[in-house]
Design a protein around this ligand. Structure first.
Ligand SMILES: C[S@@+](CC[C@H](N)C(=O)[O-])C[C@H]1O[C@@H](n2cnc3c(N)ncnc32)[C@H](O)[C@@H]1O
Length: 415
């Protein structure tokens, strides 16, 4: 990359990062405004209907939702209160002018992180200690207004906290993470002692809020998570490095939608996080999160000073394969970086994140049979293939629930 292109890229990343921080800081105002719409709508119905709604305590529910939103907002602003950790100042905070703005779906792919081409600089460093973003020359700053798409990612992040770091998320983790860690422990059954396990290097690409990677490190393995979403990275940093007590934070993850609620408790459900002390890892464990795009860090353009080829004893992909634009490249990288005698453990659906994207990104959308055949062609032997029914960031109390029939397998390199 020329130095000019590099500067442009760094600047683009810096702006994106600032926008993510603005989104966090805009949450309260934005979400209160959405709740206020419900309040205004009461006055648009006939007076006698209003009286009936009043008798139900509907307004009181809206007031309680406001309180819950304030609590969420406080939590989210704590997460971004030290953005300098990533080498950024929260410089646009003063200018943040948040009003409800219409989402423009044309600006975004249909799912996933819209800024997939952005990654934090110095991706090869620990996500939580790096930071040398260049700062742009002073000029007129454009006001950033988070769209509903941006806010939706934040709302999803709150639910992701439940999945990864709350007692309520336990059942989901038992369905998703436990079969993977069980398979890992079984595959390396000869490594029972902490010293043996800590020599085994496990990679978790698309680590989300880091719990699967943490669980692996907690079992004594050396574990590296990889994640490229700023929203996830800021949030995982906060929970892993700035939280020291069980139940330290309170969230209301389900306050954003009043649909499919059996009762008001399901909307106003309080969730405490974390359910464990994130710092309680075995002394021998070696745990890190690396920021950046999986294909860039572990693929062909990987840092020559930090070779990846054949370096990983295990790779755990949980709800990750379908984030690929080109699944062939994902599988090829996994195959290349897996050590001889290593194991790849997968669990997830095939909700192709780039299907129907509006950003002209390519998207190869194989069915499960094709993915398995491709894995064989690339040089894997698949075993333990089975289907695991599981939810993903589910609200157990909702009248609506999605169940994925997720594909599980363990795979080794053909001998
Ligand atoms: C569906 S989520 C799954 C998160 C986590 N594994 C779990 O099971 O909760 C997929 C994650 O992969 C991340 N991701 C997607 N594409 C990525 C890429 N190319 N490099 C690194 N992370 C990526 C997303 O930001 C997101 O956090």
């Amino acid at each position: 990359m020329s130095s000019e292109a590099h500067t442009d890229h760094a600047e683009e990343e810096r702006v994106h990062f600032q926008n993510v921080i603005s989104t966090f800081n805009s949450y309260t105002q934005y979400t209160l405004a959405a709740n206020n719409r419900r309040r205004r709508d009461i006055y648009s119905v006939p007076l006698e209907d209003q009286a009936l709604l009043d008798a139900l305590g509907y307004k009181k529910k809206l007031d309680d939702a406001d309180e819950a939103i304030l609590v969420n907002g406080d939590f989210l602003s704590q997460i971004v209160s030290q953005p300098d950790l990533f080498g950024n100042d929260n410089e646009d905070e003063e200018e943040d002018d948040t009003t409800l703005s219409e989402d423009n779906p044309a600006n975004h792919p249909s799912h996933g992180e819209p800024s997939h081409s952005h990654r934090l600089a110095h991706a090869h460093e620990h996500a939580h200690s790096h930071g040398s973003h260049s700062h742009a020359a002073p000029g007129r700053k454009r006001k950033f207004r988070p769209t509903d798409f941006d806010m939706d990612k934040l709302r999803s992040t709150l639910k992701q906290f439940v999945r990864d770091w709350s007692e309520e998320g336990l059942s989901e983790r038992e369905h998703c993470y436990k079969p993977m860690t069980d398979a890992l422990v079984e595959y390396f059954s000869h490594a029972q002692m902490p010293d043996d396990r800590s020599k085994l290097r496990v990679l978790v690409p698309g680590a989300g809020l880091g719990r699967l990677a943490w669980d692996v490190a907690n079992l004594g393995f050396s574990c590296q998570g990889n994640e490229f979403s700023h929203c996830m990275l800021l949030s995982s940093f906060f929970i892993l490095n700035r939280t020291d007590q069980i139940g330290q934070h309170t969230l209301y993850p389900y306050v954003h939608s009043f649909s499919n609620a059996p009762n008001r408790n399901s909307i106003l459900k309080k969730v405490y996080i974390p359910d464990v002390r994130p710092s309680d890892l075995p002394p021998t464990s070696n745990f890190s999160l690396v920021a950046g795009d999986f294909e860039e860090i572990y693929g062909t353009k990987s840092d020559p000073d930090e070779p990846q080829s054949g370096q990983w004893n295990a790779i755990l992909t949980c709800f990750f394969l379908d984030t690929a634009k080109n699944i062939v490249n994902y599988l090829r990288i996994i195959h290349k970086i897996l050590a001889p005698g290593g194991v790849w453990i997968n669990l997830g659906p095939l909700l192709w994140h780039f299907e129907n994207n509006n950003t002209n990104d390519p998207s190869i959308e194989l069915d499960l049979e094709e993915v398995k055949m491709l894995a064989e062609q690339i040089g894997f032997d698949l075993s333990n293939t089975r289907t695991i029914d599981t939810t993903y960031t589910n609200n157990a109390d909702s009248m609506l629930g999605y169940v994925y029939h997720a594909a599980f397998w363990t795979a080794t390199k053909k001998g």
